[in-house]
Design a protein around this ligand. Structure first.
Ligand code: GDP
Length: 633
């Protein structure tokens, strides 16, 4: 570092600031337009000003720090700002607007560094590559109900109890590890999609491999397909366990061909997925399955750094009467030690006792190890992150910040993809693709909508269809959307009241359309931030058709029971049969007993007709809506 200023107190101080900042950097990003290092090497030449064309600055940058970046003297900048009407001193901090004023004046492009939150629990420090070691894979088992997930998890646990570690007595802590050929595999012990989905909805990614169990006597069923969607949406490789091979009616070929039809092609048939025939009940094939898991794990080259302080995710948590808050933590990087001070979601504490699923007490837990700990001051939530801090004081400081708002904010951010602010999120670079779930009345339209939406591209951001099927919008669609941050597109189909409520609760956006180009136009405009204030349907109520009558002059009268909201005279109606829209039009008449009424509320019976439409059947649903102007940002 150079000459005139090298020994000046000012410059030394400046360097100090810069060095400290660069050491703190999260990840070296080689693409970043960052010229701070270059500055350090080239130094400051007051007479012969070196041309800087771009800089990366940070929040709270001071005049002297900016001077260093743009290779001018602090006095130059103070003078410039004075001329622009701003009085600053060498140590003043500059806001974004002022930084851009200065940079504009010098013809420099300024980009702001996204500084990580101080209270973040993410693993932020780079590991020294020489410290990285192989870690066990973390596996989730999914599949259709009754196909044998629980039996398989039990059977794996029993056949592989680590010798010497326990007397075969296991406790449910939400995850366990088994040993196979001197290597370990970690299983998340909550079968089904809920845990996986809930975890992903919270932004946590803890699974390396998904094992989908398919009963050989039953084949691919709805939840099998859901499991495929979940695994694919999460980008996690699949292994298929063809279960119940002990049954005489077992038909593994059928499982393979049905899985292929759903985009999971066996290796034998030129695909990428390993299929392992097993019997979870009698143990046949379990070892092959475990070996297949290790094989896939090897391809993924899973590594972690056991020398770091521990970070990871909460798998389960509860309040135990005797022991207080109890949490199962999955250590994802670093080593968790007995006595460590840690922040877990919005809670904190010290690891007072640490046990595994075999009730063995541990002093240290390496990466990919699930442990149950006690010693937290409250019960965290599954999916929360945790991080160890060097001292209880540091943990407490971070916790103080987090317990107030941080955690809630994170939970909110992780679980919503708001249709209305797509454009601003695209602009800020926050999203690179928009996950979509498409549901339509027939598979053909689902595909057509998919093709049309997939063609849209705005600012390099595209849509990514993670599920596109025929059928009504279901609760499972909402769960998948929540977990994958997806938007649901319904085409001639509607969600029922339960599904709609779930979507509202989980803040999942559902867009309903019946003309393809309108759906495309809407998506395009949303992505460009050009959504005009529009009239939108607001659903005000829903009624079940209990009985129908034909009246010669009036047509079909539907005897209904209002199950949600209210039905109101002159409202729009949609007739839905098995989740599919059969007709959209206007309410003809609305009566209670013999009287015309203005509205009928939830929990009451009524008779209604639909204008110009008579094909109403028992069991149909009548959905009522009104048009309202909505402001879309
Ligand atoms: P889950 O709903 O997927 O967790 O399924 P379960 O593990 O509860 O199994 C459902 C039923 O299938 C139980 O009655 C099990 O005993 C039975 N089952 C599971 N695996 C096998 C198997 O390999 N062979 C046979 N014959 N039955 C099995």
């Amino acid at each position: 570092m150079v000459e005139p200023y090298k020994n000046s107190l000012l410059m030394t101080k400046e360097r100090g600031v810069l060095m400290a900042r660069s050491n703190n950097r999260r990840k070296p990003n080689h693409n970043r337009k960052d010229n701070r290092n270059r500055n350090n090497n080239t130094g400051y030449r007051p007479k012969q000003v070196e041309k800087v064309s771009e800089i990366t600055y940070w929040d709270g940058i001071s005049v002297n720090e900016l001077a260093e970046l743009v290779k001018r003297s602090s006095a130059d900048i103070i003078k410039l700002l004075f001329l622009l009407g701003k009085m600053v001193t060498i140590n003043s901090t500059l806001d974004d607007e002022t930084v851009s004023l200065v940079c504009m004046e010098y013809g420099i492009e300024a980009t702001k560094e996204q500084v990580k939150d101080k209270a973040s629990l993410e693993d932020e420090e780079e590991s020294d590559p020489t410290n990285l070691v192989e870690r066990p894979p973390i596996v989730t088992i999914m599949g259709h109900v009754d196909h044998g997930k629980t039996t398989l998890l039990d059977s794996i646990r029993k056949t592989n109890v680590v010798a010497g570690e326990a007397g075969g007595i296991t406790q449910h802590i939400g995850a366990y590890q088994v040993n196979i050929k001197g290597r370990k595999i970690t299983f998340l012990d909550t079968p089904g999609h809920e845990a996986f989905t809930a975890m992903r909805a919270r932004g946590a990614s803890v699974t390396d491999i998904v094992v989908i169990v398919v009963a050989a006597d039953d084949g691919v069923m709805p939840q099998t397909k859901e499991a495929i969607d979940h695994a694919k949406a999460a980008g996690v490789p699949i292994i298929v366990a063809i279960n119940k091979m002990d049954k005489p009616e077992a038909n593994p070929d059928r499982v393979m061909s049905e899985m292929s039809d759903n985009g999971v092609m066996p290796e034998e048939w030129g695909g990428e997925t390993i299929f392992v025939p097993i019997s979870a009940r009698n143990g046949m094939g379990i070892e092959d399955l475990l070996e297949a898991i290790l094989l896939v794990a090897d391809m993924k080259e899973l590594k972690a750094d056991p020398t770091k302080v521990a970070t990871g995710t909460v798998i389960e948590a509860k309040l135990d009467k005797g022991r207080g808050p109890v949490a199962t933590l999955l250590v994802q990087n670093g080593t968790l030690h007995h006595g460590d001070s840690l922040v877990v979601g919005a809670t904190m504490g010290r690891v007072r006792k640490m046990t595994d699923a075999y009730n063995a007490e541990l002093k240290a837990a390496l990466p990919a190890t699930p442990v149950e700990i006690i010693g937290l001051n409250a019960v965290p939530v599954a999916g929360d992150l945790f991080k160890v801090f060097p001292s209880e004081k540091q943990a407490r400081d971070v916790w103080e910040i987090r317990k107030n708002e941080k955690i809630e904010q994170e939970r909110r951010e992780n679980s919503t993809m708001n249709f209305d602010d797509l454009a601003s999120r695209i602009e800020s670079g926050e999203i690179k693709e928009i996950p979509l779930i498409i549901k339509a009345d027939v598979q053909g339209s689902a595909e057509a909508v998919r093709n049309a939406l997939e063609k849209i591209e705005v600012d390099g951001v595209r849509v990514n269809v993670i599920r596109s099927t025929a059928g009504a919008i279901s609760e499972s669609d909402v769960s998948l959307a929540n977990a994958s941050n997806a938007i649901i597109y319904g085409f001639n189909v509607r969600p029922n009241a339960t599904v709609r409520k779930k979507a509202e609760e989980e803040k999942v956006s559902i867009r309903l359309h019946n003309i393809i180009y309108k759906a495309v136009e809407e998506m395009e405009q949303a992505m460009k931030g050009m959504l005009e204030p529009v009239f939108e349907e607001v659903i005000i109520g829903q009624a079940d058709v209990r009985q129908t009558y034909k009246a010669s002059k009036i047509g079909t009268i539907a005897g209904c029971f209002v199950t949600d909201g209210k039905i109101q005279r002159d409202c729009g109606v949609r007739l839905i049969r098995d989740g599919i829209v059969v007709y959209t039009g206007k309410l003809g008449s609305l009566r209670r007993f013999k009287d015309d009424v203005r509205e009928v509320n939830n929990g009451y019976e009524c008779g209604l007709t639909i204008e110009n439409f008579n094909d109403i059947k028992d069991g149909d649903l009548v959905e009522c809506f009104v048009e309202q102007q909505v402001e879309v940002a």
